[in-house]
Design a binder for this molecule. Structure first.
Ligand SMILES: Nc1ncnc2c1ncn2[C@@H]1O[C@H](COP(=O)(O)OP(=O)(O)OP(=O)(O)O)[C@@H](O)[C@H]1O
Ligand SMILES: [Mg+2]
Length: 231
């Protein structure tokens, strides 16, 4: 097992995860530095989402370890892991996964509200992110009343509102047309660079991976660094 590279913010070594007879991860190593955008590519079923979920502490690997800063995720309690996910990680998935009953501004304010920020202050901050993502106009609408592209921008705003140290994005533009996808990627990567957040970006699309600093290819549950080489 190779040791985690020094200076990395989030690093995993030797991750293994099986679902019954299916091996999803088979000794995957991964690391990302503060401010670095890493694209995780690879065929369908190769283990990309499983890797992201292990890195984010959403699922527990069968073997191997994940280190965030000086802390090992496996040594944290469930409550500590949830606090980490809420406070220091941001998530964007393929289909925004916004709360349908809440308006867009309430959705973006939600992570702050859960962290104890008062409604007025939380919604002010949420509005700043909606403006930045160019969707201030949908503030009062519910997710069911906005377009896919608008909803995804709202989801990005929600992921960024807590200024997370790591942004996990799993096919964030997978449901968007190419123009919308490019703009969402521009806004996401600009915001990440401004806040020096690390980004773990799972994508099938070379066009999307082009926004990254580095590419990692997952095949059969193992991750291989492309060392800057574009596919
Ligand atoms: N909850 C689960 N239960 C059973 N098998 C699962 C589960 N999640 C993933 N798998 C299996 O583990 C393997 C890796 O899945 P994973 O979702 O990580 O792939 P992926 O690279 O993200 O694929 P895609 O590009 O299609 O999203 C696949 O064979 C998948 O069928
Ligand atoms: Mg996946």
């Amino acid at each position: 097992m190779t040791p985690a590279p020094s200076g990395s913010l989030l690093a995993a070594t030797g991750l293994r995860k099986a679902y019954g007879p299916t091996t999803a991860l088979d000794g995957a190593d991964f690391s990302v530095h503060p401010g670095e955008i890493v694209a995780v590519m690879g065929p369908s079923g190769s283990g990309k989402s499983t890797l992201l979920h292990c890195l984010a502490g959403i699922i527990r690997p069968d073997a191997g370890s994940v280190r965030y800063g000086a802390r090992k995720l496996s040594e944290l309690s469930d409550a500590e892991r949830s606090a980490l996910r809420r406070g220091e990680f941001g998530f964007v998935f393929q289909f925004g996964q916004l709360v349908p009953e809440l308006t867009c501004v309430e959705n973006v304010a939600l992570p702050l509200r859960l962290g104890g920020v008062r409604r007025k202050e939380a919604e002010q901050q949420a509005m700043r992110w909606l403006e930045r993502l160019e969707v201030a106009g949908v503030r009062g609408k519910r997710p069911g009343e906005v377009s896919g592209g608008q909803g995804q921008r709202v989801a990005v705003a929600r992921a960024l509102v807590t200024t997370p140290r790591v942004i996990f994005a799993d096919e964030p533009t997978g449901a968007l047309d190419s123009l919308n996808g490019e703009r969402v990627m521009e806004l996401l990567t600009e915001a990440a660079r401004d806040t020096r957040a690390a980004v773990v970006l799972v994508t099938h699309e070379a066009r999307v991976a082009a926004y990254s600093d580095r590419e990692v290819v997952v095949r059969d549950g193992r991750a291989r660094d492309m060392a800057g080489a574009r596919l």
